[in-house]
Design a protein around this ligand. Structure first.
Ligand code: NDP
Length: 327
């Protein structure tokens, strides 16, 4: 068997944390040959909930699970981490301005970035789930002295999976037939779910669906899926968010198969006109444990405008973050 891996989950006492922990412990990220140790970080108010999850994890008798530790101290929780899923975040409350939200989250993600730099393992890979995820990842990376920016990413895999699932359902094909979907930009309503390069069982998706469906139905439905889930279910998505976080980390450490790609928000190298240093979603492959942006995609005018609009929002978040002295 492989050497054990340590995975830190923040906000582990919350809904998404609860849905994540059992799958991680059963081997969903590193596979059936790799034992895992879990470290759960919570704020004091969330500790009992995380401790309860830890008791239940013990009760599952997962053969791969070596240990579960719960802490409200970031350095303790990130100690030796091979991977960190940053789920805990400050939700927007009534009357909160965007600046307040950025500020409240910078107070979480800045210190966590610094603690990761001090305490995590040398190969640590960080996935930010807590919103505003892209900017939270930017802040964490900026505070993690000595950790390569490429080790930080934010999750747009849920949007990617939603886009793939909605396209498959529309065409009544298995989702495993779908490839080449891309989410560009911010994990927000401005995201651009792009199927211009998508294939369905090898055929081009845009030959199978009409342009009006893409613009009037598909894109708004993917971008608005979070709100749709809330209205149907009565609360926000949990299982699908946890599942996407696992997919993201699994593909990052294990590699994307063949020529297929996925979507992740990573630190831009300037590709596709996205300003360097912004954390934006791209089409990516994982090779040797590194995300690589898929290059050479020609963007039509519509795609260009949609990407620019979402990137403009990211630039604005970065500007606000800077002007508040948080970067
Ligand atoms: P959830 O577990 O439901 O959500 C956690 C975060 O994931 C939120 O920021 C949420 O954003 C985000 N998220 C990203 N994508 C999605 C998606 N598609 N669907 C739903 N959520 C998404 O929240 P809970 O309130 O249940 O749990 C949060 C926990 O974090 C609490 O236990 C709290 O104590 C803890 N916490 C821990 C911190 C720490 O470890 N230092 C710091 C702050 C909080 P959105 O709000 O936009 O839905």
């Amino acid at each position: 068997s492989q050497p054990p891996r340590t995975i830190t989950v923040t906000g582990a006492g919350g809904q998404i944390g609860y849905a994540l922990l059992f799958r991680i412990a059963s081997g969903a990220i590193y596979g059936q040959d790799t034992p895992v140790s879990l470290r759960l970080l919570e704020i004091p108010a969330g500790l009992r909930s995380a401790e309860g999850a830890a008791l239940e994890l013990t009760d599952c008798a997962f053969p791969l699970l070596r240990s579960v530790e719960v802490s409200d101290d970031a350095d303790t929780a990130f100690a030796g981490a091979d991977a960190a899923l940053l789920v805990g975040a400050r939700p927007r409350s009534a009357g909160m301005e965007r600046g307040d939200l950025l500020e409240a989250n910078a107070a979480i993600f800045g210190p966590q970035g610094a603690a990761i730099a001090r305490s995590a393992g040398p190969d640590v890979r960080v996935v930010v789930v807590g919103n505003p995820a892209n900017t939270n990842a930017l802040i964490a990376a900026a505070h993690a002295d000595g950790v390569p920016p490429g080790r930080f990413s934010a999750m747009t895999r849920l949007d990617h999976n939603r886009a793939s699932g909605i396209l498959a359902a529309h065409l009544a094909v298995p989702v495993s037939d779908i490839d080449g979907v891309t989410i560009w930009g911010n994990h927000s309503a401005t995201q651009y779910p792009d199927i211009t390069r998508a294939t369905v069982g090898g055929a081009s998706a845009i030959d199978l669906v009409d342009a009006e469906w893409i613009r009037e139905r598909f894109i708004p439905r993917v971008a608005g899926r979070g709100a749709e889930i809330i209205s149907v279910r009565g609360s926000s998505s949990v299982g699908s968010a946890a599942s996407a976080a696992i997919d993201h980390l699994h593909d990052w450490v294990d590699g994307t198969p063949g020529t297929s790609w996925t979507s992740a928000a990573i630190v831009s190298d300037g590709s596709y006109g996205v300003p360097e240093g912004l954390v934006s979603s791209f089409p990516v492959r994982s090779v040797d444990g590194e995300w690589r942006i898929v290059d050479g995609i020609e963007l039509d005018e519509f795609s260009r405008a949609r990407i620019d609009a979402s990137v403009a929002e990211l630039i604005d978040e970065r500007e606000q973050t800077r002007s508040l002295g948080l970067l």
